[in-house]
Design a protein around this ligand. Structure first.
Ligand code: IMP
Ligand code: MG
Length: 202
């Protein structure tokens, strides 16, 4: 993706509360119903795979929070959850290339089977960094659940995804936890953001 951004996170047009966020969406890719049924399926698959095993879901802040909160309620076997903080995008629509760990886990992961819950698998940098961070806590295993899987030509880090929600094209999407400049995370669906929102008009 070669899009550049001209808006800062404090941009008044982005933050004005009176605007309807739906107006900034080019196309809805996944409806609330699509999302709910896929999350339920992933939850059932996890239940079958981890029955009788100590399980912990680890969401990646902030985008993975929405997926984690739905997924934990779709799993009826005992498990714990926690969040780790990572930030790679800043306010742009292209990855900054650096992954900053902003919060470590606090639950004890020793001997647990860990599933990392991520909103979207893009360059793979974030997942690779979090996977390496979690291994330091001596879990029994580490797997990944990524709600969206972006079909990008140049993957930086290949990370095996055990549970995948949906494949999507290489477009900048928002909603269901995914943001642009920290906005749009609350949309209950996944949609493609209009280019005019983040592209220069000059
Ligand atoms: P990666 O490290 O390049 O795989 O990026 C993963 C992170 O970048 C995700 O957790 C998201 O926060 C963010 N990201 C990647 N693609 C998109 C997108 O299309 N919209 C919003 N955020 C995205
Ligand atoms: Mg983000």
């Amino acid at each position: 993706m070669s899009a550049t951004t001209t808006k800062s996170p404090g941009s008044t047009t982005t933050l004005r509360g009176s605007r309807n966020l739906d107006d900034d969406i080019e196309e809805v890719l996944l409806t609330q119903k699509d999302i709910a049924s896929r999350v339920a399926e992933i939850g059932k698959a996890i239940e079958n795979d981890y029955r009788g095993k100590p399980l912990a879901l680890i969401g990646i802040l902030r985008g993975g929070l929405v997926f984690l909160s739905d997924l934990t309620r779709a799993i009826s076997i005992p498990h714990s959850f926690d969040m780790v903080g990572a930030s790679s995008y800043g306010t742009s629509t292209t990855s900054s290339g650096r992954v900053q760990i902003t919060k470590d886990v606090e639950v004890d992961l020793r001997g647990k089977h860990v599933i990392i819950c991520e909103d979207i698998y893009d360059s793979g940098r974030t997942l690779a960094a979090i996977r390496d961070l979690l291994r330091v806590h001596h879990p029994a295993s580490v797997e990944v659940a990524a709600f969206l899987y972006k079909k990008v030509s140049k993957r930086i880090s290949e990370v095996e995804i055990k549970y995948k929600g949906y494949d999507i094209e290489d477009k900048f999407v928002v909603g269901y936890g995914l943001d642009y400049a920290e906005i749009y995370r609350n949309l209950p669906y996944v949609g493609v953001l209009k280019r005019s929102i983040y592209e220069s008009t000059k």
